[in-house]
Ligand binder design. Structure first.
Ligand code: UDP
Ligand code: GLC
Length: 417
């Protein structure tokens, strides 16, 4: 493995005051022969967003014999993977690459090209010991495509985003989608909406493989049986009508829309569960100021990033998804339903692929429409809610199971190798 690669386990040991890292299982340094059987999963993001939750599931499923993870930045994802005995290394990308924003200027993207090429050569050196490169983020995909060409290794790109004007500059989405034809074996898209945007950006339909996300059912088992009030008390949550918006804090996830909607719903309180992830602290400050300015500050509770999302989802009367730009998938929609709570999702992106023709859907970016829909759903009878929930939960378990997702991912990897 390249000398530039920091073995993350060693780093963790240093941080912990020189103690040895927990004994991995199986041995941390398999020989070259076994590494050659491994998939090298690459991500530039090391925060805990939805794409990274998917990476954790894929890496845990493949196991340490069959995969290793290479992060282009250090972050909380590393610890979660290590706790699952996944082999993780960090090959830090230079600031010029990480500084390229999704909707950023072409000039900035061009200025990052020399660093991107240098990183691709370093990744290629690592990839030569592996049988396939599996890129889990769009920056990783660009570097992986170049590295794959240099090292002559097949590349699979798990595209968790929608390549649309709301999310990316024209240069970024067209360059990525077009490069994927000669430089990848397959592009896994997480929704039909994601696939359509990939093709509209110039991606080849022959490359696209639709694999909807699947959610691990374990944390949701039995939750539906737990009475909400008991859970609220245990978690220290307020009584009365309570809704919850789950997801990282960023403008397009629509936290602003919820805060504005609360001004029309005087008896409703809201949890905002999630933290700013990619340098977007200013958005959280803005949300707090907006809530105060609209006089709803005492009814909005910012909980930050939480690891007990399933419990919180069960504890609220309604889980909200308020994205104002097309959602590539939206794990929180499936998760809320699995937790046994009604979910109100914003129209657009993969919303209808998940919700079907259910009426727990609202127009995106419209506080009045959101307030009306929240009022309507909170006013439904228990029997009406239970019937809708039973139908939707059965749909989630049928279509968005982790087992199905892993079978599909295995199939793509096998065909690409
Ligand atoms: N999540 C979490 N803790 C939080 C907020 C969100 O674990 O405080 C998880 C959430 O349960 C989901 C993921 O982060 O699994 C968000 O994925 P989603 O696809 O909804 O959106 P993304 O952030 O990837 O765009
Ligand atoms: C991305 C998308 C989200 C999707 C997740 C997992 O972060 O924003 O919609 O659910 O990846 O694929």
């Amino acid at each position: 493995m390249s000398g530039a690669v920091i073995e993350a386990g060693t780093q963790a040991a240093r941080k912990a005051g020189g103690a040895e890292p927990p004994p991995p299982h199986p041995p941390a340094c398999p020989g070259l022969a076994s590494r050659l059987n491994q998939v090298l999963i690459v991500s530039h993001a090391a925060e805990l967003g939805g794409a990274e939750q998917g990476l954790i599931d894929v890496a845990s499923h493949l196991g340490p014999e069959s995969c290793a993870v290479l992060l282009l930045a250090d972050g909380p994802l590393r610890g979660v993977l290590e706790a699952r005995h996944v082999r993780v290394s960090v090959l830090p990308a230079r600031g010029s690459i990480l500084g390229v924003r999704r909707a950023g200027s072409a000039l900035r993207a061009l200025a990052a090209v020399p660093d991107a090429l240098a990183l691709a050569f370093r990744l290629a050196a690592v990839a030569r010991d592996h049988r396939l490169i599996y890129a889990n983020s769009q920056k990783a995909a660009l570097i992986a495509m170049l590295a794959g060409a240099i090292a002559r290794r097949p590349v699979v790109w798990h595209l968790h985003d929608i390549l649309s004007a709301e999310h990316f500059s024209t240069l970024q989405r067209c360059a990525l989608a077009r490069l994927a034809t000669p430089l990848t074996r397959a592009v896994i898209v997480v929704s039909a909406a994601g696939r359509d945007a990939f093709i509209a950006s110039g991606g080849s339909p022959a490359r696209a493989r639709l694999v909807h996300n699947g959610i691990d059912p374990k944390p949701y088992r039995g939750l539906v049986e737990i009475p909400r009030e008991r859970l609220r008390e245990k978690l220290g949550l307020p009584r009365g009508k309570l809704v919850g918006l789950f997801g990282r804090i960023t403008e397009w996830k629509g936290q602003r829309v919820l805060i504005e909607a609360l001004a029309h719903l005087p008896h409703v309180q809201a949890l905002i569960v999630g933290a700013p992830m990619f340098g977007e602290q200013a958005e959280e400050d803005h949300l707090k100021a907006l809530a105060t300015c609209l006089g709803v500050g005492d009814r909005v509770h910012f909980l930050g990033h939480r690891a007990d999302g399933p419990l919180l989802m069960r504890a609220v009367d309604l889980v909200l998804h308020c994205s104002i730009a097309p959602e590539p998938f939206g794990r929180v929609i499936v998760e809320g339903l699995l937790a046994g709570s009604p979910v109100l999702a914003a129209e657009g992106g993969a919303c209808r692929e998940i919700m079907g023709d259910a009426d727990w859907v609202a127009a995106p970016g419209d506080p009045r429409a959101l307030a009306d829909a929240i009022f309507r759903i909170l006013g439904e009878s228990q029997a009406e809610q239970d019937a809708k929930l039973a139908q939707l939960r059965a749909r989630m378990m049928d279509r968005f199971s982790l087992a199905r997702m892993m079978r599909d991912v295995d199939g793509v990897i096998a065909a690409a190798t």
